[in-house]
Design a protein around this ligand. Structure first.
Ligand SMILES: NC(=O)c1ccc[n+]([C@@H]2O[C@H](COP(=O)([O-])OP(=O)(O)OC[C@H]3O[C@@H](n4cnc5c(N)ncnc54)[C@H](OP(=O)(O)O)[C@@H]3O)[C@@H](O)[C@H]2O)c1
Length: 337
């Protein structure tokens, strides 16, 4: 894919979104375009699906993550005021998590000019790992990190690298489960409810947290525009939802009835492990796999966002009910449901 270089009279600052073709990345690109203050560059690759990047104001750049010197040249050429680093994989083999989530992040961080560019890195709650399952306390960034997945370890490794090596301004955001239009994993849950099945994994209630994609992308922009730097934050809508509340809200919004089915964790584990090894044999990453089991079997995914509210004036506009309403409306409009 070749992109034409044109002399531009536009002197608004340039910002780059990596992973721009993805669920969160494409929503962030939209948010930045709506703000209108920046020239928006979408970091994509040859194979990226550009379905959600059709706006003619978007500039494209095919980043060479695996070639540090080329990557540096690319970033120097554009002199971005901010790099929002979202590119990453959430379902992959361990070596791909290491390569894409860590090595590529390291190369990008090394290529950024710390004097001119602020870095916003989208990490994950998974970098911390689940919270205490006895006290059910909300996890805080000051707690010890114990990621329980290869995905979480790769995100934590990147955080550690940034904290130790990036000499410029940066903010690390650790979103919990992000849902909204275009999302494909939570969608499977809504689809299951729509098919009248209300699934529960294990017999102890799960403490869950969520953030609606629009709140998250607004926050990303806020993190760039604020003076706050060298900080890490959990991101959720501030509420804890039991798995039963999550199902109830989904059922209400879909105006449907369900039959509750509780799957013992050992069965979920067995299926996940079988799919994981089958997936490795045929080179496919299934939604249910070993890593996903570790996430689904954990009971406490609740986090504390008081520091985010205080430092960045974060005030999410969407609770789960409002966000699920908007999301399901979108799935219906797009005929996913
Ligand atoms: N969704 C969540 O609940 C959640 C929660 C916490 C944190 N996060 C983090 O948020 C970020 C975005 O997640 P998402 O949900 O938007 O995921 P997504 O829809 O799967 O998007 C991932 C993006 O990363 C790009 N990417 C994947 N492999 C790449 C590679 N080898 N080289 C270059 N680009 C590559 C993809 O490009 P292609 O289109 O070309 O594949 C895509 O643009 C990730 O870093 C993820 O860890 C997500």
């Amino acid at each position: 894919m070749e992109f034409k270089k044109e002399v531009s009279l536009d002197n608004r600052p340039k910002v780059l979104v990596t992973g721009a073709s993805g669920f969160i990345g494409s929503s962030l690109v939209e948010q930045l375009l709506e703000d209108g203050k920046y020239q928006v560059y979408a970091g994509i690759r040859e194979s990226s699906n550009l379905k959600y990047l059709q706006d003619s104001r978007i500039n494209f750049i095919n980043l060479c993550y695996s070639n540090p010197s080329k990557l540096k040249e690319q970033l120097e050429e554009y002199n971005f005021q901010c790099v929002f680093h979202l590119a990453g994989v959430t379902k992959a083999k361990k070596q791909d998590f290491d390569k894409i989530n860590f090595e590529y992040t390291k190369n990008l961080v090394d290529a950024i000019n710390p004097k001119t560019t602020k870095l916003i890195y989208l990490s994950s709650f998974a970098a911390h790992g689940p919270g205490n399952e006895k006290t059910f306390a909300k996890s805080k960034v000051t707690d010890e990190n114990c990621p329980n997945t290869a995905y979480g370890c790769s995100k934590l490794k990147s955080e550690i690298y940034i904290n130790a090596n990036f000499k410029g301004k940066y903010v690390i955001l650790r979103p919990t489960g992000v849902y909204g239009p275009r999302e494909t994993d939570y969608f499977l849950f809504f689809q299951t409810i729509d098919n009248h099945i209300e699934p529960y994994l294990g017999f102890v209630s799960q403490h869950l947290s969520f953030v609606y994609v629009k709140d998250l992308v607004e926050l990303c922009v806020k993190a760039f525009e604020s003076e706050i730097s060298n900080k890490t934050y959990f991101v959720s809508d501030g509420n804890m939802y039991l798995d039963s509340e999550y199902a109830k809200i989904s059922k209400e919004v879909l105006s449907t009835w369900t039959i509750k089915i509780k799957f013992p964790l050992f069965i979920v584990k067995w299926i996940s492990y079988v799919l994981d090894s089958f997936g490795r044999t045929i080179g496919k990453n299934f939604t249910l796999n070993k890593d996903k089991y570790a996430i689904l079997s954990a009971r406490n995914w609740d986090c504390n966002i008081e520091d985010l509210k205080r430092d960045l004036g974060y005030s999410p506009k969407y609770d789960l009910k409002k966000g699920v309403e908007e999301t399901i409306q979108w799935y219906k409009k797009e005929k996913w449901l």
